[in-house]
Design a protein around this ligand. Structure first.
Ligand SMILES: [Fe+2]
Ligand SMILES: [Fe+2]
Length: 363
């Protein structure tokens, strides 16, 4: 598979860590909601090799099947130069999908490593149980996106801003920061990006991958919310201010700095023109704000809702998302995933679908 850009960090990345591995001797003090989430985590595992028909092929020259109007540079000077060259257009679409799915893949590996960390560092045993199921989910997601990228045919190294977010999340020794950085912020951002792409994508294979992964992510975000809601009820003012500051900084970083610069460079386009055009296009601004639909209601729900956070969200134009019905969205994610499941729809399967939908509503 062609890697579009050289990875500046080489073949791997080591993040130094200093945190406690915590044992708990309280084997029987489970919180029932967390344990029921753990049960669902066990029940709802799926196997990408069975659930997805990998003999379906995608056209590398148009992996997502989206209209060109949705490419961030549609209408720019660069676009005027390449827009009539079908070969070049095929290359641009392939790189666009390759960059996007590569970032999803690296983010999934970040989630795999972070949830393994949570197993180790979270104090209570029922959270360790749940995080163990999520660790397996994330391994399956890494596997699934790797297979999909094989078909797209172009991969990219991790975006430097995504790497910085992971770095901040993993370097912090406090156990709750792994939840806040990964379960709420990075997963929240990814979930919104998956959702937008799932809706726009006209090709069955990537659509299925996104929908099936989202089905698991609903549990992950529910886990983060439950754990942090409890933990944050007793924060001191200083501890709360510290976490709110982290949220604000991370959200600005995700909104203002997470860009596709390395993709324009690899394509050898006019980087300044592409960056500036994408930045100011209404479609991109709408997309950029929509990435916060799942984060903002969650931040409010876990109680990090002081003036600093509300002011920042108002400044970013995303404060209204605080009213989004996140549980309704997640129930819908379940329905969409099941509707794209092409395995045999026998009686047992139909019952399972109905139960899954009920679970989505109750979480
Ligand atoms: Fe995941
Ligand atoms: Fe996840």
């Amino acid at each position: 598979m062609e890697s579009a850009a050289e990875n500046p960090a080489g073949r791997g990345w080591e993040v130094p860590a200093e945190h406690a591995a915590r044992f708990s001797w309280e084997y029987d003090s489970g919180r029932s909601r967390l344990l029921s989430l753990y049960q669902k985590g066990k029940d709802k595992q799926w196997d990408a090799t069975e659930r997805i028909d990998w003999s379906q092929t995608i056209d590398p020259g148009n992996p997502l099947g989206v209209p060109d109007e949705l490419l961030p540079i549609y209408g720019s000077r660069t676009w005027d130069r390449i827009g009539r060259d079908e070969q070049e257009l095929r290359r641009a679409r392939q790189h666009f999908a390759g960059w996007q799915f590569s970032q999803f893949l690296h983010g999934e590996q970040g989630a795999l490593i972070t949830t393994a960390r949570i197993v180790e560092s979270v104090p209570d045993l029922d959270s360790k149980f749940y995080a163990a199921t999520q660790t397996m989910d994330e391994a399956r997601h890494v596997e699934t996106f790797t297979k999909l990228l094989d078909q797209v045919g172009v991969t990219y190294p991790i975006n430097p801003q995504l790497q910085e977010l992971l770095n901040q999340t993993l370097r912090d020794s406090r156990w709750d920061m792994a939840y806040l950085g990964m379960q709420v912020l990075i997963e929240g951002l990814a979930l919104a990006a998956f959702g937008t792409l799932r809706e726009l994508c006209q090709t069955q294979l990537p659509k299925q991958v996104l929908a099936f992964v989202m089905q698991d992510e609903a549990r992950h975000v529910a886990f983060g919310r439950l754990a942090l809601k409890d933990a944050y009820a007793d924060l001191t003012a200083a501890e709360r201010a510290d976490r709110e500051e982290f949220v604000v900084e991370a959200c600005y970083l995700m909104r203002d700095r997470l860009r596709q610069r390395e993709m324009w460079e690899a394509l050898d386009y006019d980087v300044a023109d592409c960056m500036e055009y994408a930045e100011n296009s209404p479609a991109w601004q709408f997309y950029r704000n929509s990435l916060f639909t799942r984060i903002v209601p969650c931040i409010r729900d876990i109680g990090l809702w002081g003036d600093t956070v509300q002011k920042a969200y108002a400044d970013m134009g995303v404060l209204d998302y605080a009213g989004v019905n996140i549980e309704g969205l997640m129930a819908q994610d379940e329905v969409i995933a099941e509707s794209l499941d092409t395995r045999q729809a026998d009686g047992a399967r139909v019952a399972e679908v109905e139960e899954t939908i009920a679970v989505g509503v109750s979480v």
